[in-house]
Structures are given as C-alpha cells and as structure tokens.
Design a protein around this ligand. Sequence first.
Ligand SMILES: [Zn+2]
Ligand SMILES: [Zn+2]
Length: 331
Amino acid sequence: MSQPAIMKALQLQGPDQLVLTELPVPFPKPDEVLIQTRAATICTSDLHDIKMNPFGIELPKVPGHEGAGIVVQCGSAVKDILPGMRVAVHPVVSCGTCVECERGFGHLCLNMGHLGIDRNGTFSEYFTHRADRVRRIPDEMSFSLGALLEPVANCLQAIARAGDINNRVVLVVGDGPFGNIIARLAVREGAKVLVAGREPFRLGMIPGVEIAGTLPVQSVDVAILAVSSADAVTTCMRSLRKRGRMVVFSLLKDPVPVDLFNLHISEQEIVGCCNDEDRMDMALQCLQDPSLNLSELVTHEVPFDNWEEGFYLARDRHDKALKVALVFDSH
Ligand SMILES: [Zn+2]
Ligand SMILES: [Zn+2]
C-alpha cells in the first residue's frame, strides 16, 4: 500500500488553540507501524490537555491517544503485524529498562512514552506506534469500538485495584464514559453497583446499576472516583464502610482534604489507579462481550472534517453525548 506524503492533522499549538493543519505523514521506526486512522475517540483527558495542558505537553503536538485503523506500513523489525490489518492501539509505551519496568510496572514507567503527550497522537489521518502496543481487531468490530481498547483497559485496572468485589457494594462516582465502563465491569464481576452522577442522560446510559440519589453513608465496600472533582472525593470517603477502599481513578491536580482520623479508626484504604498493567488483551475480549455491550458508549461518530462539532459534543453536550468518535474516510 502507498500513502500520500502529506496528511491532515489536528495540532495543539497553545492553550485552547487546536488547529486543523497539514503535516508530513510520519515514517515508522524499525519497531513501529504506520496506521491509517479510521476512528479516534475523544477522551476527557484530551479536553483537559487542550484547555490547560496539566501534563505540560511540549507544543505543538497532535493530541489524541485512543484510536483504531488499518496498518499501511511496518518497520523492518515488526513481526506479527502486517499491512492491511485492522488494529487498535494502546497509547502507553514503556521503556522496558527503568526500575519500575524491571519491577513489572511498565504502566508506571519512569521514561514513559504516550501518544498525544510526548509524540504525535491519533487526531490525524496517519500515526505511527510501537508494534507491541498494537492489537489486531476482529473484522466485525467497528473502528470506533476498537478505539475504546485503552479506556477499557484502564477501567479494568480500576476493577483490579478495587480488589475482590464479588457480592460487595461498589459506588462509582461519575457518570461519564469511564464511570460507565467501570460500572459495567463491576456488575460483570458480581458487585452490587451504585452510581452517583449529575447528568440524567448519562446515568440512564448505565445498565444494571442503582442510581445513588441520597448517598449512602458508611455502607459501601469500594468507592471509585471517576470524576475530577474535590467534592466527589468527600462523597467517596463518606460512603465507605469500615475497611472500605477508595480507588482514585480520575485525576485531581490540586490537593484535597481527607479525614485521616476517620480513615484511621475505620482502617480504610485509598489506592491510586493510573494506566493499566497490560490489560489490552483482556480489554479486547471485553469489547467483544455482548453482556457488556460497550458499543453503546459511542453515541456519536463525527467526520474528521467536522472535528469542531465532535469536540463541542464531547465537552459541552453531556445531555446527549458520551463517547464521541472522529471517523476518517478510507481515502
Ligand atoms: Zn483516554
Ligand atoms: Zn520504564
């Protein structure tokens, strides 16, 4: 397959300055593949990066870290991935040699690479990615669903960090895409799941759960923070029973007060949750699990040329949008 020399790409050039531009099509390194993007889903963290760049991304950069497409070129050292394959990607690229990688924590790598953060991401017609972070997707899976590979892997990490939740009460605070996926996974694990959120449309998109109207006090085994809000931290901690555990899945940039007296007398735990420990293959199975029905998450497929509408829906229309996919022509 041959590809053009120039591609359309969204480039973040400064805070809140996302611009459609043209860039050279990148060339894959020996261990990389070049992928023709077919769908790239918008993540809450993309919206944060675009608005205030909390990770200090060096600009200009093409954002986007969730994506699926067709392999068009492989580096000389790539073995299992071939041109023409339909694939989805996981954005995290660990170095394999730092102390955390050596401990088996590649997801906490000290020299971590990440699509859309230290290298150009998926909001462009083509992107390159290290082949070991690419997975083939089935022919019948839509590219938009395939693009959810990484968010689902991240949510599997939240479930793993929650511990054994079978027959236990789990409160998910947050009704966005992550809260939704985490809640579905928790139901599948046999938990009784309560969800707290503000948006009736989004709450209605989560099957098999109870909507927490008045929030339970000291009665849940696990509370998962799936929204970036300090109030939600208080909600989580207040709802935990003795020996309960809070999983900090969403990002809070500023310190928040936590009642350590209560934590002490209740022997509670707070655990972090960031990226995932190689849960790509399990995530791929989840995408194909009819009981999870994760394709429901993608409420909108917007042509790449209408990217502004896509970002508007993801950012401002929580009353009707959940996951928004930018979709690309096959050229
Ligand atoms: Zn994401
Ligand atoms: Zn490393």
